[in-house]
Design a protein around this ligand. Sequence first.
Ligand code: EPZ
Length: 422
Amino acid sequence: MDSIIVTGNGPLAGQIPIAGAKNSCLALMPATLLSDEPLTLTNAPRLSDIATMTTLLQSLGAEVSALQEGKVLAMSSHDLTSHTADYDIVRKMRASILVLGPLLARYGEAVVSLPGGCAIGARPVDLHLRALEAMGAELDLRDGYVHAKAPGGLKGGVVEFPFVSVGATENALMAATLAKGTTVLKRAAREPEIVDLAQCLRKMGAQIEGEGTDTITIQGVDRLHGATHPVVTDRIELGTYMLAPAICGGEVELLGGRRNLLAAFCDKLDEAGIEVTETEKGLLVKRRADHIKAVNVTTEPFPGFPTDLQAQMMALLTTAEGVSVLEEKIFENRFMHAPELMRMGAKIDVHGGTATVTGVKKLKGAPVMATDLRASVSLILAGLAAEGTTRVARVYHLDRGYEHVVRKLEGVGAKIERVHGS
Ligand code: EPZ
């Protein structure tokens, strides 16, 4: 297993290009199952999660070709050979559940393994299943699989989510495009990735209104046609790299970044003393003074502060002046980066879903362990500003969501290298 070695090296300067959104691409790819015509995605990120989704779609008989070194995904599900998503693929990535809605809508049947939990929580899929049942699906859970049927096709219905779920909104949205009649999704997720998916489905001929609000209305159609669609910029990669100059000092321009993708996050950075300026190429980020102010953070569904940036924000706040309180309201176990940051000298008190961070002058480099995707990158951010050298082990977690991390950070002056072996 590879490690990444980071040595604190002072202020950063330069530009970092931001890739297409992993979490949008993972929903856009299953949309190919909704049509027998080709769906092509551009600006796709080159990540191991995308490779996993590719393998899953190919296991169903779909064609997925990664062109231009993986930036373009040319897909076609004209001749599917299976409607079963096997456990050995699904267990690697929870987003695999997103083939359920499309398979059911197009073929009237699907057998999809339950994804199981992951490091950050149990992550059930009950909201996905309830939504499909509200559209007439008959579901039978046995041997760890969802056996789903919709013999006469799905029917439009009202889906009232008890709380916001990004994945359940995506599954229901895709299924509803081919359901007979009108479907209304209430308390729908509002993330930019939902808007991106709706825009792609509309290009394919779907009739959708209200994406980006908490109520989405879909008028089912008989069939969808092919399309070409660019994946939206990855706001989580964007926010992650915005924190590099915030933590180290200096000035970095994030190419492709737009403030509207991360308004609540930018407001928090502003409160902490970080200046974010929109340029025609992206977002320019630098500290206003040589110290960071402590701030309180509560993670919420979009447009609130994103849970996927909580670990990275904690890394920044470990050396802020004062005490910061971070509340993780989305997942039940998303503070695993805290003990690793404490090995670097951070002062963090975790009680349930609340972490209290007391700022220290400087962190000290140390050997640390990545536990999940966003925790791993928060350790790298901490290492950028720490005194001495930090070795982050098990960086395969990182490869799931960040392409070329070493190259991107080296490009702005960081002292960072990837070594083989743990
Ligand atoms: C998506 O996961 C993202 N993944 C996550 O990013 C992100 O953290 C999350 O949305 C929240 O923004 C992808 O898009 C591939 P949810 P998802 O359904 O859809 C519970 C990353 O780092 N829940 O909005 O799985 C769930 O357990 C990943 O890129 C149910 O109880 O998230 C969680 O506590 C991590 N039942 C909460 O709701 C359900 O049926 C929100 O989950 C569904 C969800």
